[in-house]
Design a protein around this ligand. Structure first.
Ligand SMILES: C[S@@+](CC[C@H](N)C(=O)[O-])C[C@H]1O[C@@H](n2cnc3c(N)ncnc32)[C@H](O)[C@@H]1O
Length: 201
């Protein structure tokens, strides 16, 4: 099991950072994804973090939800909040089948090898895959020193291929199109784009 990067070892620090990062659009980013998840479906979320999407926006839709993440502190935190959260490495572990397989703000962590991850998500999804991914990020707006510090905090421990790369709107859209994306749109504030794909399972 890969060790979690520094920022994901403390759920409270992680939540504070996410709030700071998304500012007034913090809750809207979850709402934009939640509307793509039909009621009473089976949902698997990869890299689920603190499971806020489920706790605040999906639980009321009566979905059967499984959260997968490799950060033990976040998994433990989610379990304490009543979530079926499991320790899981997206790079290695087989993705369980579900009606909807989703990933939010996490695909960049698998650059440059994101295509096999999407293939496996599509193979695991009976109805659809939903991917939300940042296209405007701190690396484009903050001083270089702070960017280096942020990269260090989010560096997946033990993964020597990770270079802190990110998508922009064009590279993400062209990736989405290679996988026959049915629909894509920007979340309020424009920081992330969402792609919706047809599942193959
Ligand atoms: C930027 S956070 C996004 C969390 C959540 N999806 C959200 O949008 O709020 C990235 C998440 O990916 C998880 N992660 C990183 N590498 C992973 C891996 N190889 N397998 C599973 N989870 C991973 C981290 O622990 C963290 O929770």
């Amino acid at each position: 099991m890969t060790r979690a990067s520094a920022i994901y070892r403390n759920p409270y620090l992680y939540q504070a950072l996410m709030r700071a990062l998304y500012g007034p659009y913090y809750e809207a980013r979850y709402r934009a994804v939640a509307v793509e998840i039909p009621e009473e479906t089976e949902v698997v979320e990869l890299c689920a973090g603190d499971c806020r999407l489920y706790l605040k926006h999906l639980r009321s839709k009566r979905v059967r939800y499984v959260a997968l993440d490799n950060a033990r502190p976040l998994v433990d935190w989610a379990r304490r909040h009543g979530v079926d959260a499991r320790e899981f490495d997206v790079a290695r572990d087989p993705i369980p089948q579900a009606d909807v397989v989703l990933m939010q703000a996490s695909l960049y962590q698998f650059l440059p090898d994101v295509e096999p991850v999407i293939e496996r998500m599509l193979d695991a999804a009976r109805q659809r895959v939903v991917i939300a991914e940042p296209v405007r990020n701190l690396t484009q707006t903050l001083p270089a020193g702070i960017v280096r510090w942020a990269r260090k905090l989010t560096q997946p421990a033990g993964d020597s291929r990770y270079r802190g790369e990110r998508f922009d709107a064009e590279t993400l859209q062209s990736l989405f199109e290679r996988f026959d994306c049915k629909r894509s749109f920007a979340i309020p504030g424009g920081r992330e784009r969402v792609g919706v794909f047809e599942g193959r399972a």
